[in-house]
Design a protein around this ligand. Sequence first.
Ligand SMILES: Cc1ncc(COP(=O)(O)O)c(C=O)c1O
Length: 499
Amino acid sequence: MVKWTSAVGAAQLARQLGSQQDRPAGPGTRRPPAYRALADGIRLLVLEGRVPVAARLPAERELALALSVSRTTVAAAYEALRNEGFLESRRGAGSWTAVPAGNPLPARGLEPLPPEALGSLIDLGTAALPAPEPWLTRAVRGALEELPPYAHTHGDYPAGLPALRAMLAERYTARGIPTMPEQIMVTTGAMGAIDAICHLFAGRGERIAVESPSYANILQLMRAAGARLVPVAMAEGLTGWDLERWRQVLREAAPRLAYVVADFHNPTGALADEDQRRRLVELARSAGTVVVVDETMSELVLDEGTALPRPVCGFDPAGSTVITVGSASKAFWAGMRIGWVRAAPDVIRSLIAARAYADLGTPVLEQLAVNWLLSTGGWEQAVAQRCVQARENRDALVAAVRRELPDWEFEVPHGGLTLWVRTGGLSGSRLAEAGERAGVRVPSGPRFGVDGAFEGYVRLPFTVGGAVAQEAASRLAAAAHLVRTGAPGTTEPPRTFVA
Ligand SMILES: Cc1ncc(COP(=O)(O)O)c(C=O)c1O
């Protein structure tokens, strides 16, 4: 069986290798032989997720031509990559990228630690903020007042409370996307929504195209559902999607689903522009792929003057290509566990029918609380408060990391909750391990990749600010020192941090 799920052309690979050479080499670095430099370049592209795992590489002769090197150099580089487990080949089928078997890199999701388990650890593992009070308390009080008529029913609403479905539909309509309540299903968080969508559309062995990197827990959910993930590298910088790569993957892998975060992508913070949205929907429509658009981060606009482009579903008026997922978790509070799906009425009916065998419905009181917020204007005020807090945290964290770790590189996003950081050549997995000893919990890059990509990254969330952000950065610097020196367990246990 051929094991590749996408292909990288010779010209494209040559371009990507060329852009790597712009990076400064360390002081005193000696030039390796040409074949070794080529093998290292390809290995780095795989580890950074810029060339996906299971991508077919060009034939030796084509790559040699594109790079103006001898075919022997390419053959030797491919041979070295094969020996190191980064390439697999089969006669007649070509060569495709791989990550060595038994690679210790984590491929799991992110488990939130219960607050009481944290002790003195600073938790940068979860990208979710505390509730924006007093709005949570007000919303729950409002919900209690609305509760009596529902208390006389059995309380199971597999589609969601009619009042909340109507309210969410109205909000899409107000954003210029005409929507009926029959197009909405309330779910238990965005995770519940995407779980239901995966079960309906992408059974065992189906392909799902995902941005690379992407949100760790959704990747894990899809793996657990038995889907085969096909990574599509994000464009460089925070400029959204690389449509050429999407075109190629949709054409060659013909995935059943594509999962994307167009607004303030987790983990990179990228924002896809309007043209990218239009073109992705066109490409998906012609490939017969359903695009699941996760709008969990959409309302977290942190900088004035950042305008959100039209929602992706706005480019799919027939409603056959795009399914939208929303959530109260980032804009308001993850503890609500309220999410929703917007899709064509027949898709919603199928999702509702399938739900009877999962969780039957979402808690009524929380739905009433979100409905109270949306109908009183409390939502907008709470979101505004949340954005101020996230912006202050982002600015404090960015300044502290620049101070403590000047060789770490990142782009500062205009929204969302996450900073995607290249760790100056250090292993993100080792940093995560050392971080636990230095008193900071930080997720390593490979959790956000498919098959071990992004080893040289960590994700930092905008969940701590002020002095705690400074302390978190100092602890990260201590962890980086441990990794660099290979010193096992030499830091003092972290002192309790109160702020
Ligand atoms: C992009 C994205 N989707 C979904 C989720 C999970 O959302 P929920 O808490 O609504 O299940 C998160 C949480 O970090 C996220 O960042």
